[in-house]
Write a protein that binds this ligand. Structure first.
Ligand code: ACO
Length: 468
């Protein structure tokens, strides 16, 4: 019974019918003001209750002196009052029947104030409230148009969930994903994780229809939760890929973690082993985490590993070939029949071997025919498409043609990743392709590295007997 209630409460965090902001400030530029503004302006459709004893109205919404004065039920209370008031406010929330507390306030375990943190958790348990935080920037869930953060407002909708133990990095990455046009289902700041942790949140997101990949910036797990992490994550990764960046790998990094979120960075070898056992994909920097997430979120799990590279430039083809070996992407040796078909897609001086070189003279037609041949061939499971800027082929024209071909062969279940190298118009082409769910990168290596994670995830699912 209690377990059911707890699950309902996590659901309430993501899809609340009503939200109170306790400490909603009248003054622009203060966290309690800007967070309320984000909730309103990003388009949340539920009820919004600012709580502030000194205000009658904030940003056009009626304000209440205490949560207990709100005439209706409140699902989520976001606490933005200074640390010394948090426990009283939390108790009032419990009495009101709030389901989840989102505690933005700093000044708890991360600065040694462990006692207050324990008391806060006790209050949560007493009233059956789940707690996110404290010491967080809030959270975003785009399907509910909910941006309860004091970060950038216009987060793009998409299939990637991002859970972050670092607040400042999380806020920075909110802006970065907007700039990179990466669509997110959610961004959740976990801070000190006194209750809801990366495991609880991943468990929810594993069942969330809007999330296809879970990404996590992790500094450390709570003491004693290593076994739970492995067991729960092992189940989650069977449903969706999970990519983790684990910070605090170095000795100095570990010390920095301790003073940041108060977590135990632990031995990196232990974490590494735990990730392997749990089927978690480990990334070593932010760029590769989102590169891989883009590919895993948009591409199907392939039937096999056999890969072909199609290019108009020998150099990028060779670089992609080297990367394939480095990342464990098996390249096919096309049969004579396939080579013959490929020859028909290129000038006489091209190469039908792998990498398939359409030459610098290649136009849209050459690419379209080569792609069709690859999609139709039983010898090919995965395609890496490369392009170097030439005057004979505008990258935006190529991008539009590739989108059409990709749509035509969507049912083939073959991942397509692309590396487009060039200038500003090439960047435009990359954006067109990404917008149409074809993961495209400004270098051949990043395309191959991303495909390698799709293949790695395929191998994992096969080992788990989820697929053949
Ligand atoms: N109930 C309701 N409202 C109250 C209460 C109460 N019991 N007590 C005070 N308020 C009101 C205040 O009157 C004020 O509103 P006003 O500006 O209209 O007068 C508002 O709540 C805020 O209270 P302040 O005392 O002004 O607090 P302030 O905004 O300065 O700080 C905060 C509160 C933001 C929670 C601060 O204590 C804090 O923890 N800051 C750090 C937050 C943070 O960085 N979190 C981690 C994020 S991750 C990262 O690193 C980016």
């Amino acid at each position: 019974m209690k377990w059911c209630r707890v699950l309902d409460n996590v659901e309430a965090l993501f899809n609340p019918r009503s939200i109170a902001v306790i400490g909603a400030s009248r003054k622009p530029g203060k966290i309690g003001h800007d967070l309320l503004k984000n909730i309103i302006e990003y388009g949340y459709k539920g009820k919004i209750y600012p709580i502030n004893p000194k205000a009658d109205e904030i940003l056009g919404y009626k304000a209440y002196p205490s949560i207990k004065d709100v005439p209706e039920d409140v699902d989520v209370a976001i606490i933005v009052v200074p640390a010394q008031y948090v426990l009283d406010v939390a108790r009032e929330c419990g009495e009101k029947g709030v389901k989840v507390l989102v505690v933005i306030t700093s000044g708890f375990g991360e600065v040694g104030n462990v006692e207050a943190e324990e008391k806060l958790l006790e209050i949560g348990k007493k009233y059956g409230m789940r707690i996110l935080g404290p010491n967080i920037f809030g959270y975003v869930y785009t399907p509910a148009r909910l941006n309860a953060t004091f970060g950038p407002r216009d987060v793009l909708e998409g299939p990637i969930a991002f859970i972050t133990q670092s607040g400042a990095l999380g806020i920075a990455l909110m802006g970065w994903t907007i700039m990179e046009e990466i669509g997110l289902s959610s961004i959740i700041s976990t801070g000190n994780m006194i209750d809801l942790d990366v495991i609880d949140l991943s468990k929810y997101l594993a069942e969330d229809q809007y999330t296809r990949v879970i990404t996590i910036y992790l500094e450390g797990l709570k003491e004693g939760s290593g076994r739970r992490f492995i067991e729960e994550m092992r189940e989650i990764t069977k449903k969706k890929p999970v990519i983790v960046i684990k910070a605090g790998r170095s000795e100095r990094g570990r010390l920095a973690v301790a003073s940041h979120t108060g977590s135990l960075a632990g031995s990196d070898k232990l974490y590494d082993a735990a990730f392997k056992q749990a089927g978690v994909i480990r990334a070593y920097n932010i760029e590769e985490m989102f590169d891989w997430a883009r590919a895993l979120a948009t591409q199907p799990v392939p039937r096999g590993e056999k890969t072909i590279i199609i290019t108009n430039g020998g150099g990028v083809g060779v670089l992609a070939t080297d990367s394939s070996e480095e990342y464990g992407v098996p390249l096919i040796n096309p049969s004579e029949t396939l080579k013959q078909k490929l020859r028909e897609t290129m000038p006489w001086f091209g190469s039908p071997k792998n990498p398939v070189d359409l030459t610098g003279q290649a136009g849209v037609d050459n690419y379209v025919k080569a792609l069709e041949t690859a999609f139709e061939s039983d010898e090919v499971d995965n395609i890496v498409l490369l392009y170097c800027r030439t005057t004979v082929l505008d990258p935006r024209d190529l991008a539009k043609a590739v989108v059409k071909i990709y749509d035509k062969y969507r049912e083939a279940g073959k991942p397509l990743v692309a590396g487009f190298v060039g200038g500003l118009d090439t960047l435009e082409a990359i954006k067109i392709l990404n917008k149409n769910n074809i993961p495209t990168y400004p270098s051949p290596e990043r395309a191959v590295s991303s495909l390698s994670k799709i293949i790695e995830y395929r191998r994992y699912l096969a080992r788990q007997k989820i697929i053949d």
